[in-house]
Each structure stands twice: as structure tokens, then as C-alpha cells.
Design a protein around this ligand. Sequence first.
Ligand code: SF4
Length: 284
Amino acid sequence: MEIIEKLISEDDSVKYLLKMKDGNTVETLYMHDRELKLTYHSTVCVSSQVGCSQKCFFCATGKQGFVRNLTDLEIIEQVGICMDYCKEMNLTPIDAVVFAGMGEPFMNYENVRNGIIGVYNKYKISNFEIATVGLTPGIHKLIKDFKNTNINIRLNLSLHASSNKTRMSIMPVNSKYDIKSIVDVGVEYAEIFKVKTRIRYMIFKGINDTDADVERLEALLSGKPLKLIISSYNDNNIQGLTAPDKNDVMNFYNKLKDKIDCEIFHNFGSDIKGGCGQLRQNKI
Ligand code: SF4
């Protein structure tokens, strides 16, 4: 893979645009938690596909359409490039790999699985996270393949709405895997691996941050082994979607924090097009 663009953020994150042998490009984000606030301090967010077929309304990658799956070696190489950067800059070696870049990992499950095993064998990294729109059959394969291994995989389910009507309007996948199926598979995964499943909730100002949303989220998640991770929409200039400001996010969090387990996600690299697909979008 060839590095064709490398942007360094004020927060030390690095966004790469990488060109593969066939000329296709993908993005990889290195995230450095310099304040040591998070579980992992040196993380790579890798892509699993060129483009994506899921068509989430808010996503720059979804707008680009699906091109092809990445091979397991292309997944491993993204980690290698960030490993080299850590060595060069004398940073903490990578301690976790997150599949939250371009693509839906469970649409390329075999290569993602082999990529995880390859990264574990080559770099001795045993902590992974997979972000998904909630493709239940793939999650069941993951459970079967990694249940009795030393590899830890945190599951990160994209909810982004508290009602099926709203979720349907921003995530077409909801017609097949709706809010109930997300919560059910999240609970199932947490019970098997004895770790809370993360439920991602990206705030779109005025769309999913109302008091009714707070009530519905409490009803959906309270008492379950699930943790709500609240983030803000990274502005992609999509008509009808507005990014919340810091106060909007804090108000929403304050209304929920005594009711359910939740935290605010730190958006790495927002000054360098850190959101998935934003850098590639400007190059195609
Ligand atoms: S958010 Fe993820 S699943 Fe949805 S279109 Fe973007 S890359 Fe695909």
C-alpha cells in the first residue's frame, strides 16, 4: 500500500489515505490518547471495504457506494503502517485495532476474521473492536469463531436513533435489523463474553436528541449489559443534518447519565476529516 496523503491532527491523530495495488484508496486513522483517559491509548481504526453498500444517510463512505472487499493482508497492512509511525515518533505501541473505518465489517466477515487473527499473530495485539450496523448473522459467526480464544473483541452496535421510524430514515438496514434486534444481539454478546456491548448513538441536532429520545433510550437500555456511547455527527455537508454543539451533547448526556450507563465519545481528528470516508470523498 502506498501512502498518498497523511494528515496530522492537533490532537495527534493521523489520517492516512492509502492506495492499493489496483488503484483503489482507503482511509486509516491512527488515534493517540495522549491524556490517557481511555481504555486503549494507541489505536488504529482500519477500513474493511472500499466504499460500502449500507447507504447510511449520514455517512460519506455510504455515499461513495460499494467497490470491493479488502483482503486480510490489506487489513493487516493498515495496522503495520501505523505501527511504523508509532516507532518513528516514539509513541506507545498500538494496543487495539478498531474496525470502524470505511465499510461494514460483517459484509466482509471472512477477511475481517482472518485479518484479526493475522494482526494477533504478527503484532501480538489482542484487543479489537468491531463497529457494525447490526448484521446479526455475522455477529453470530464472530461469537462462534472467537468464543474460546485469547482475542478480545468488543462489539460496537450503531443505534443512532431511539425509534424505528427515525432509524429507518437514516439507516436503511433498519428494515432488516431493527432496534429490537440490535438490543437483543447486544445483550446476547455481552452475556457470552462478560463485557458490556457498546451502543453507539451519534447525535444529529433536532433529530434524535429530544426528551422523547431520552425516555425511549432509558426504556430500551436500562438494566441491560449495554453502554451507550454518545457522539456528535461529524459535519459532512449533508442536507437536513446538523452537527450538535458541545452544549447540545452535554445536555443530552446529563439527561441520561443517572438513568443508564453512558459516556461521551471523543471524536478524534475532527480537524483532519476524521469521520469515515471524509478524506477519500475529496479525492474521488
Ligand atoms: S456508517 Fe458504516 S455501514 Fe453505514 S454506510 Fe458508512 S461505512 Fe457503511
